[in-house]
Design a protein around this ligand. Structure first.
Ligand code: TXA
Ligand code: MG
Length: 334
């Protein structure tokens, strides 16, 4: 265990964070999606420490954060026109591009794989940190492995205190869901993880892309091979409590209560539940606000010690795709 500092993200704290990154320590920081757990991407020991702190399997590759396309170039062997166009349209922002890695990127970052995921975050704290550190920063979401991603500094504290040097508190993250991960290392390009940037928005820039398989490769039991993308493991976003999605949730909640369960209910309309039987959290009606709220809501339900989570099925439109993806993963059993 080590002392973990939690500091408001002032210019001074960001300078301290950058110095710690440069000296091989781990720092959690806000991005526009979720909080990341950062290390100097060019320092294999520092990168290895990320896996230890998170309890993450070393075969799961990390996203490397850079300021812009120019600082991405030395980390890859090719920078195709598609990458250039996507970076011009979506960077800085929540799009991760997977490309063949150059020798500058340690194997620790990529889980032994030959490709690297790169993204330029738009959050001002993340950008100030990258500028001050002057190195690319490898950062997965700053949660314990298999827990939901953190959208506040408090979430990071709850998961990683004692494991990391410093948490920069930049307030709640505006996006709330992780970046879209797109592989340009294959043709046609393939979305490996749905995220805040929709497939339709990407297709407007580079034409047709393949979508992730609906039934995620959760049967993937080979632990040794580098995973295509751990976002494809169904349980990756799991809360600690069994979760189900339904249309007629009122009936289902009644049933669970009758069985003695304590129910956490994520609703899309006002609902009533005796506080002895659980907790209702009414969710925002827009996809954007729902995404921003989702992970915090799941953590609140865990903290309220519910034994089951029931979720009102959201609308079936494109903008809800990433939310559906995370809910389905959270609901997948085993
Ligand atoms: O929004 C985000 O992407 C956040 C913030 C901190 O940037 N980061 C994040 O990192 O969600 P992480 O490690 O929790 O998820 C990274 C995802 C995983 O699904 C991983 O498999 C995929 O990106 N990924 C990273 N590098 C890859 C690669 N070389 N090939 C395939 N997938 C890769
Ligand atoms: Mg993660």
């Amino acid at each position: 265990m080590m002392d973990t500092k939690l500091l408001p993200a002032t210019p001074e704290a960001i300078r301290e964070a950058a110095a710690r990154i440069r000296s091989g320590e781990l720092v959690a920081f806000p991005t526009e999606t979720v909080y990341g757990l950062g290390a100097n991407a060019l320092n294999p020991q520092a990168v290895a420490a990320i896996f230890t702190a998170k309890g993450r399997p070393a075969t799961n590759p990390l996203i490397v954060h850079v300021l812009d396309a120019e600082s991405a170039r030395p980390l890859v062997t090719t920078w195709p026109l598609q990458a250039q166009r996507l970076a011009e349209r979506f960077w800085p922002g929540p799009l991760t591009l997977v490309l063949p890695k150059s020798e500058a990127v340690p194997d620790e970052v990529t889980g032994g794989g030959t490709t690297v995921g790169l993204r330029a975050p738009s959050h001002p704290v993340a950008r100030a940190l990258l500028e001050a550190a002057e190195v690319p920063i490898a950062a997965p979401s700053a949660n314990r492995s298999n827990h939901v991603s953190p959208t506040t500094a408090q979430h990071v504290w709850d998961d990683l205190k004692g494991q990391i040097a410093l948490i920069l508190d930049g307030g709640p993250t505006p996006g709330g869901l992780e970046s879209t991960v797109l592989s340009l290392a294959e043709a046609p390009p393939r979305i490996l993880r749905l995220g805040l940037i929709t497939p339709a928005a990407i297709e407007q820039v580079i034409g047709p892309v393949r979508l992730p398989p609906l039934k995620a490769a959760r049967e993937e039991k080979q632990q040794n091979a580098p995973l295509p993308s751990p976002g494809m493991l169904s349980r990756h976003y799991a809360p600690k409590v069994p979760l189900e999605i339904g249309e007629d949730t009122a009936l289902r909640v009644q049933e669970l209560v009758a069985q003695g369960e304590r129910v956490g209910w994520l609703t899309l309309q006002p609902r009533e539940l005796d506080s002895r039987n659980g907790l209702v959290l009414e969710m925002p009606a827009s996809a954007e606000a729902y995404a921003r709220r989702l992970y915090a809501a799941l953590r609140e339900l865990e903290a309220a010690e519910v034994t089951r989570i029931v979720v009102d099925a959201p609308p079936q439109t494109q903008e809800w795709l990433a939310i559906w993806d995370r809910l389905r993963r959270a609901a997948a059993s085993g």
